[in-house]
Write a protein that binds this ligand. Structure first.
Ligand code: AVJ
Length: 328
């Protein structure tokens, strides 16, 4: 049983492109050029990210897969102890990992429905169809939109108990202040007895982290550079993508992986959608992504500050990744 709600701005004309153009122009106008990482995920970007998740160097997905597989019974028991609930999966994508929990919950005959949320309408369509085939009994209500639109919508429509999933270390893309704002906002939509299961990538050998974002096959480089292809296509820009390099480095004191696109030479780029030109010095860079790595203490403090208490921490066998179960 599946239905789909579309909250994305696309419905009322083509505001999505306008917002994208705005964000790009704003980012490239800064002294230190920057582009928001959430624009990585167009059709090609999503495919490239799926390839990244299969890379030998990209340990995150395998680690979380292991955490969920090894602890699925335990997790399902925590979730379904108090009767019916909505399982809300923020940034669900293909939900390959969530399906481990969905299957277990069905097996335990839990009373719940599944609300995957994603900005990609294609992904939500495909997910609804694949769940219809794999778990035909499951009640699915896919939401296409931004996290906050979805939470807002939930507030009005879903008063029962909630379990929110925020997997894959997606929290790592936020700056600390933004992650606090995000978690506080999530918290504001929850009430006592509700839960949040959040995937976090933990601090580890810096070389292991560095390699995960500099894979030998060059897929991560393609993924990063794809942002420029997308700007060319959707905003009528003339980036010469071959004249940019992928560059990613890890700072072990901050625990932040930072990704850049570096201009190989002095060049100009024009964006038709905004009618602006931007110049690049040789070796000038665009910051495209942060991927934060945490200590468990940081996660505990972050949760506490936002109104969440840790109920249980599930680790992978290497203790390099954790799914942290919070209660409010
Ligand atoms: C999807 C945000 C968790 O930061 O590790 C993978 C995205 N970027 N390789 C991450 C990503 C480069 C990924 N997240």
């Amino acid at each position: 049983i599946a239905s789909m709600v579309n909250l994305s701005r696309k419905q009322d004309g083509s505001n999505d492109t306008a917002a994208f153009a705005n964000d790009v122009a704003e980012g490239l106008s800064q002294e230190q050029k920057t582009l928001p990482s959430r624009y990585f995920y167009d059709g090609r970007g999503s495919k490239l990210f799926q390839q990244i998740m299969d890379l030998p160097e990209y340990y995150l997905t395998r680690a979380e897969f292991e955490v969920l597989t090894d602890n699925r019974q335990d997790m399902a028991a925590y979730f379904s102890g108090e009767g019916f609930f909505h399982m809300i999966d923020l940034g669900a994508g293909d939900a390959l990992k969530t399906k481990i929990l969905l299957r277990e919950l069905e097996k335990q005959q839990s009373m719940f429905d599944y609300v995957p949320v994603d900005i990609s309408g294609d992904a939500m369509q495909q997910l609804s169809e694949s769940l219809h085939d794999e778990l035909p009994e499951l009640k699915v209500e896919a939401v296409v939109g931004e996290y906050f639109q979805a939470l807002e919508w939930l507030q009005d429509n879903k008063s029962e108990r909630k379990v929110v999933l925020f997997l894959g270390s997606n929290i790592g893309n936020f700056e600390l202040t933004d992650s606090k704002a995000f978690l506080k906002s999530v918290r504001s939509y929850l009430k006592s007895g509700d839960r949040l299961l959040m995937g976090v990538d933990l601090r580890k050998d810096p070389q292991v982290i560095l390699d995960a974002y500099n894979d030998a096959a060059g897929i991560t480089a393609e993924f990063n550079l794809n942002l420029l292809h997308r700007i060319n296509r959707e905003l009528g820009a003339d980036f010469d993508v071959n004249q940019f390099n992928h560059y990613a480095l890890y700072n072990p004191q901050e625990g932040v992986m930072r990704s850049f696109l570096v201009s190989k030479l002095e060049q100009q780029v024009t964006i038709k959608a905004t009618g602006q030109s931007f110049s690049f010095d040789a070796w000038e860079s665009i910051h495209t992504e942060n991927s934060h790595k945490y200590t468990l203490n940081q996660i505990e403090d972050l949760g506490k500050e936002c109104g969440f208490a840790i109920e249980k921490v599930f680790y992978d066998s290497q203790r390099g990744f954790a799914d942290v179960l919070f209660t409010v």
